[in-house]
Design a protein around this ligand. Structure first.
Ligand code: TRP
Length: 470
């Protein structure tokens, strides 16, 4: 029996906004545009949309169904519907939540710092943003302050509970985010050369679609939808039986894709208006954009730049909330401790776990070049192992859990509640088929490729070369 005190979402829209908030994050606004910029604009977009609908949507449905059936945290859910061993998969999810939040919060802290420095400081008078960013991520005290601040805001919201904290915050931040995004798009479309940016973004160059495009698109889709570690099992456990899981998951997916798409519409005209190369990678948001805001002059620059980074903070915050909720729900459900106390404690622990990532941009040389990990930074290490590798792996194992242990008929039964029309529908057959055959195989292969790539530096190119495919 779920305890009365564990809380729940009060409405359909509350759940959808919270879950969409989890999905919409730095992944959409920071990462998606630069991935698209690097991988052939609209070609990447098309692949990304297809993968999301064909393979990620069924996984999302599966996660929500597990959570709602069990009515428990991710460990409790796997244990209740499976057994103690399957519970280990839940523990892996919790570990991923902790580790992903530990580095995600560092990047969110940068966004938070930039927001404050643009709005209230004089970031816009800097001569060289490449240098500025380098110094900025190297500044111990700035980083400490801003990432601590961001973690504290996250913990404050999660400590208030599912309805009063997570749902209430999402109901404010998600519409605000959309409004800021639309205003910024409206503005950037009026800039000179805006249409050049739009055509770069929207005219697909299908010659760029190779296995190497599909591969990052798949990883990104998974991360962007918050799949693979039970964030949606946890949120699903707070959903009422009368809700329609299929349509909720569909809405969440559409919202996530729309925000990613719109972020591109906002960013590419900005970039082209200043004649900057669209494929500058991760530094796009922190190096290229500030110089563009600066060119707008002190007042307009503050308004547009400040709004942009506020947008980024809102997006990040609804995501950090969902990441923190996963371990918090575990302690509340399994150990019966008070949400208030345990939330602050876990947030503090995760903050400490994130210190190496925070200090990895140069402050501490040992974290800057990990000898056991191809001399990459601690932040890269945590991001690659716990999100790029463990999420697809977690997704693969979740499919196996549904097919081999819980039973696909039980998953279907859970979906019928709130959606009687699902019974016998084409959609049901499609979901069952992909869940049994396509997703586990695809995600399994994908996980192996990631291990080869990240741990052994063997890329897809090398493999296809070996096989003589190219
Ligand atoms: N989806 C978020 C983004 O795009 C990140 C995120 C939040 C996440 N919660 C998650 C990723 C859970 C994986 C699992 O930025």
């Amino acid at each position: 029996m779920p305890s009365v005190t564990r809380g729940g979402f009060s409405s359909r829209i509350g759940f959808i906004l919270a879950a969409a908030g989890s999905a919409v994050g730095l992944g959409n606004i920071w990462k998606f545009p630069y991935e698209a910029g690097k991988n052939g604009g609209a070609a990447f977009l098309v692949v990304y949309f297809l993968l999301t609908f064909l393979f990620c949507y069924p996984i999302m449905v599966g996660e929500i169904a597990i959570g709602r059936r069990a009515g428990k945290d991710v460990y409790g859910s796997y244990k209740l519907l499976g057994n103690k061993n399957w519970g280990l998969l839940g523990l892996l999810g919790i570990l991923c939540g902790i580790m992903i939040l530990s580095f995600y919060n560092v990047v969110a802290g940068w966004a938070f710092g930039y927001f404050l420095e643009i709005s209230f400081g004089n970031l816009l008078s800097e001569p060289d943003y490449g240098k500025f960013f380098g110094n900025y991520v190297n500044d111990f005290w700035d980083n400490l302050l801003f990432s601590l601040g961001f973690m504290a805001i996250t913990a404050y919201i999660v400590a208030k509970g599912v309805k009063q904290g997570i749902e209430a915050a999402s109901k404010i931040m998600m519409p605000a985010l959309l409004l800021i995004l639309l205003l910024l798009i409206g503005y950037s479309l009026t800039l000179p050369n805006a249409m050049k940016g739009i055509s770069f973004y929207l005219l697909p160059d299908f010659s760029k679609i190779t296995l190497d495009t599909i591969y990052p698109a798949m990883g990104h889709a998974f991360f962007s939808l918050s799949l693979g570690m039970g964030a949606l099992i946890t949120y699903g456990s707070y959903v009422e039986k009368k809700q329609n899981i299929m349509s909720a998951a569909f809405t969440i997916t559409i919202m996530d894709m729309s925000v990613a798409f719109l972020a591109g519409l906002m960013i590419f005209p900005l970039i082209f208006s200043q004649g900057v190369a669209p494929d500058s990678g991760p530094s796009l948001v922190f190096v290229v954009l500030p110089s563009i805001f600066k060119a707008f002059g002190p007042v307009l620059g503050k308004v547009v730049g400040g709004s942009f980074f506020l947008l980024l903070c809102f997006a990040a915050l609804t995501s950090t909330i969902s990441l923190l909720e996963v371990p918090v729900a575990y302690f509340v459900d399994e150990k019966n401790v008070s949400r208030q106390k345990v939330t602050w404690l876990i947030a503090a622990v995760i903050f400490i776990v994130g210190l190496p990532s925070m200090l990895s941009q140069g402050v501490v040389p040992a974290f800057n070049k990990l000898h056991f990990y191809h001399d990459k930074t601690a932040l890269d290490f945590v991001a690659e192992v716990f999100s790029e590798l463990c999420l697809p792996l977690g997704g693969c194992l979740m499919c196996l859990f549904i097919v081999l242990r819980w039973g696909q008929h039980n998953m279907s039964k859970e979906i019928y509640e709130g959606n009687p029309g699902y019974e016998g529908s084409f959609l049901e057959k499609y979901i069952n088929f992909t869940m049994r055959y396509v997703c586990p195989i695809l995600l399994g292969i994908f996980s192996i490729l990631i291990v080869l790539d990240k741990l052994f530096s063997v890329t897809l190119d090398d493999l296809t070369g070996l096989l003589g495919v190219r």
